[in-house]
Design a protein around this ligand. Structure first.
Ligand code: SAH
Ligand code: SF4
Length: 405
């Protein structure tokens, strides 16, 4: 059973204290600089064009044209927007830029996984991971620098500094990856390639997407827009630790697939692993999840379950899990724990994971075990944390917080 040393001092000292979003916000527009068009909604783009002097009558058409250049063709230079008049292009160049976050480094794993370190305004860094598979390619994107939550098994949760990413920084990760994969149509051709290298997006990188709801929503709307990147809402999965009040909005305002970091079958254990459980417990979370599929017209909810040796991986846990999720169309994604320096847990044995998966499977649910990808470059789930930020908390602090010292 669980040794008490796994738990102990919680990072959240008061169970009833509100979980504040202690994040920095930056304005979308720098005071004097040109406006970056990347990340504006369609309405926002139209307003920006109007404000720069586009005649009212032309605004809708111009918005559509500029939108397509940016998101369908991947063009960054206004001079190349050949269906716009020279004067209009000059006006755009004077007032606007089309800018992505800067890629600081790229590492490629022996299994083909690519990890990008991306620098955003203010000099902060986030990580983005591309995972190629035979029939598709998934981009795992970040929604915040760090995370205000402090799940005890997650490397990102040990990062002190947190700021919300802007819509441009979120969709910019997708555009940056398409640049690297060479996945924009060749000049002169408008159709996207038939087999897409980047076919799926998962919001499973750094950060809690539902604590940055509006920006994530606006970015995903851009990803889904039929005149742009054109990814179906079924190919986008948002993972949340359980921000219950935002779950219904995710269904109605984004409509993507939902994954939930469940990870435990009793409130006692979940309070320790996913401290947001103290705010919204398992019962409240399940009530919100029950409503999700019909509200979003999606199929199944993915229950993510990290396999931690002697913590949450017993046969009893598997049976309890089946009881809890009764009536929810679900798939259980078992994630072998990915270690990081100073982590206070161990991965469950393969036999234990198999036994757990069999019980869930025999209960009538699909129970795939997530294959760790990019382990050699620390790109697997929960390992993301940029090197610069990594230095900020010491091993000693991490150990103390997990109750190990
Ligand atoms: N903040 C969101 C998205 C995060 S990461 C969330 O918590 O859902 C995607 C998944 O990786 C989550 O289920 C998360 O709990 C899990 N994860 C975090 N750290 C991990 C680790 N070290 N090993 C395995 N999975 C981990
Ligand atoms: Fe944040 Fe998700 Fe990591 Fe928890 S698992 S600390 S919510 S990124």
């Amino acid at each position: 059973m669980t040794g008490p040393s796994f738990f102990g001092t919680d990072r959240m000292s008061d169970a009833h204290a509100p979980i504040t979003q202690d994040v920095l916000t930056i304005p979308r527009k720098l005071p004097d600089g040109p406006t970056n068009l990347v990340g504006l909604t369609r309405d926002g783009l139209k307003e920006a064009l109007l404000a720069a002097g586009t005649p009212e009558k032309q605004a809708k058409m111009r918005t559509g044209q500029v939108w397509q250049w940016i998101y369908q063709k991947g063009i960054r230079d206004f001079g190349q927007m050949t269906n716009l008049s020279k004067d209009f292009r000059a006006m755009l160049a004077e007032n606007f830029v089309i800018e992505l976050p800067e890629v600081v480094s790229k590492q490629v794993s022996s299994d083909g996984t690519r990890k990008y370190l991306v620098r955003i305004a203010g000099g902060h860094e986030v990580e983005t991971v591309y995972i190629p598979e035979t029939d598709r390619g998934t981009l795992c994107i970040s929604s915040q620098v760090g995370c205000t939550l402090t799940c005890s098994f997650c490397h990102t949760g040990t990062q002190k500094l947190v700021r919300n990413l802007t819509p441009g920084e979120i969709i910019g990760q997708v555009m940056m990856a398409r640049d690297d994969l060479g996945e924009w149509p060749e000049p002169g051709k408008s159709n996207p390639p038939t087999t897409r290298l980047l076919s799926n997006i998962v919001l499973m990188g750094m950060g809690e997407p539902l604590y940055n709801f509006e920006n994530v929503r606006d970015a995903m709307k851009i990803a889904m827009d039929p005149e742009g990147i054109q990814l179906s809402r079924r190919r986008i999965t948002l993972s949340t630790s359980g921000v219950v009040p935002e779950i219904a909005r995710t269904a109605t305002e984004i409509g993507c697939q939902l994954a939930v970091s469940f990870h435990a079958t009793t409130d006692d254990v979940r309070d320790k692993l996913v401290p947001i459980n103290k705010r919204w417990n398992i019962e409240e979370l399940l009530a919100a999840l029950k409503e999700y599929p019909k509200a979003s017209n999606s199929e199944r909810i993915t229950f993510e379950y990290v396999m931690l040796k002697d913590v949450n991986d017993s046969d009893e846990d598997a049976h309890r899990l089946l009881e809890l999720i009764k009536g929810i169309p679900a798939k259980i994604n078992l994630i072998p724990f990915n270690p990081w320096p100073g982590a206070p847990y161990e991965r469950s044995s393969n036999n234990r994971i198999r036994a757990f998966a069999d019980i869930v499977h025999n209960g009538g649910y699909s129970s795939p075990v997530r294959k760790p990808r990019g382990e050699d470059i620390m790109a697997a789930c929960g390992q993301l944390k940029s090197a610069t930020e990594r230095a900020r908390k010491s091993r000693k602090e991490i150990a103390a917080e997990a109750g190990l010292s």
